[in-house]
Design a protein around this ligand. Structure first.
Ligand code: FAD
Length: 390
């Protein structure tokens, strides 16, 4: 059977595009190599899917062309998605910084998308890996379930993160086959790894979480940091990884709310005889305080510190500098940064500029959102907009 459009990838973006185009009366087939659709949706947000954010701005995305995402994000906003899920009476709640999560489980979002696809008469085949695509008048797809043909093709194969969930580089391979540029890809929203002495130190601190400010060369984020067996993780760390390049130094402020130098000076002036570790442990995890004081100072009564000692300690608690050895890579990354060069794609239709009827949406494109529901919103917005044209 010939379809108007075949969509490769039954993830967030592919399902959104499929329902949108199906409602327009287009005959749509979605193919996915995984045994289940929407695996990343199911895994997301700790099982509660952070499906969008109240404050979606183009500035929350990185791309070689930061303007590319603007059009789709304004044509299909987080409020449009909220309106759709509200029709299904989805129960959800807001967390910090406008992040919206399901009250119950991520499956609720997937169920809504599948309901939309069913109403729009979309056909979905799982366990069907697309191996090869050829273009003549339309497209011919060789898959593990046989050959399919269509007039237009939408590639929504996502990025490389979490290969066990079905991530492949097939979208990039296809883009290159059709002469489209692909920018360098790397793991993002990903924990950092340390080496040498710092690996041993973080191993000892693993499991400890604290509120920090973490800065790269270009930006800063405030939020939780978690020491791990291999380095550091947690929301603030993942956020910063989108702006970090291998070999660059990062700076961490473990006491982000006030000046530590001023605080210790105040304790000294008040004649506090309690040990500095005990005073600091009222604000920060004790084990961390002990480790940092052992490394960078001496633990004695607060009224016995010199200005020089206070300055040195404050600097190491508030401007600790480290060059991560690397990241945990695609195995642990939430997203892939880089991808199909957006200069090759129409920001209105998502069609390739030089290959008619070939479309790309979602994470396979060089558009990466920050943590907080921005990546799903990009999947919904790009999928919806392409769904108007496929
Ligand atoms: C653990 C985890 C948690 C996350 N949590 C959040 C969150 O809470 N909020 C948020 O905004 N973002 C989150 N993300 C990111 C978000 O899941 C992705 O950005 C989003 O799913 C991308 O959607 P997509 O449709 O472009 O690609 P995907 O959802 O990755 O879908 C691509 C699909 O293509 C299929 N495919 C690939 N190659 C082939 C082939 N050759 N043939 C057939 N099918 C193929 C894959 O099996 C897959 O189903 C999370 C990611 C991870 C890994």
């Amino acid at each position: 059977m010939k379809y108007d459009c075949i969509i490769i990838g039954a993830g967030a973006s592919g399902l959104m595009a499929a329902a949108t185009a199906g409602y327009r009366g287009r005959k749509i087939l979605v193919l996915d190599s995984a045994n289940k659709v929407g695996k990343k949706i199911l895994m997301s947000g700790g099982g509660r899917c952070n499906f969008t954010n109240y404050y979606v701005e183009p500035e929350s995305y990185t791309s070689n062309n930061p303007h590319f995402c603007k059009s789709a994000l304004s044509r299909y906003t987080s409020y449009d998605f909220i309106e759709m899920v509200s029709k299904y009476k989805l129960e959800y709640h807001e967390r910090a910084n406008g992040q919206l999560f399901c009250d119950n489980r991520s499956n609720d979002i997937l169920d809504i998308l599948l309901s939309e696809c069913e109403k729009a008469d979309v056909k979905i085949i799982t366990n069907c890996k697309v191996d090869r695509v050829e273009k003549n008048d339309g497209f011919i797809l060789d898959t593990t379930s046989g050959q399919f043909t269509c007039d237009s093709l939408l590639v929504a194969t996502g990025g490389l993160s979490i290969p066990i969930l079905g991530a492949t580089g097939f979208g990039y391979q296809l883009a290159k086959q059709f002469g489209l540029r692909v920018t360098a890809t790397h793991a993002a929203l990903v924990p950092y790894t340390f080496s040498g002495k710092w690996l041993d130190i973080t191993k000892n601190l693993s499991g400890i979480s604290m509120e920090v400010e973490i800065s790269t060369n270009s930006t800063s984020f405030q939020g939780p940091l978690l020491f791990t067996h291999r380095g550091i993780s947690g929301p603030a760390v993942l956020q910063s990884s989108n702006y970090w390049k291998l070999g660059e130094e990062i700076t961490i402020n473990f006491f982000p709310t006030q000046s530590l130098e001023g605080t210790i000076q105040k304790w000294r002036e008040e004649g506090k005889k309690r040990k500095l570790s005990n005073l600091l442990a009222e604000e920060l995890p004790k084990q961390f305080v002990n480790t940092w004081l052992q490394l960078f100072g001496e633990d004695k009564p607060a009224n016995q510190y010199s200005d020089k000692e206070i300055k040195l300690i404050a600097e190491q608690f508030q401007q600790w500098k480290i060059t991560p050895a690397g990241t945990e890579g695609y195995r642990k990354a939430e997203v892939t940064q880089g991808g199909i060069d957006t200069d090759e794609i129409s920001s209105k239709t998502f069609e390739a500029q030089k290959v008619s009827n070939l479309f790309f949406t979602g994470e396979v494109l060089d558009v990466t959102g920050q943590l907080g529901g921005f990546n799903f919103q990009w999947a919904w917005s790009s999928g919806y907009c392409a769904g108007q044209y496929i």
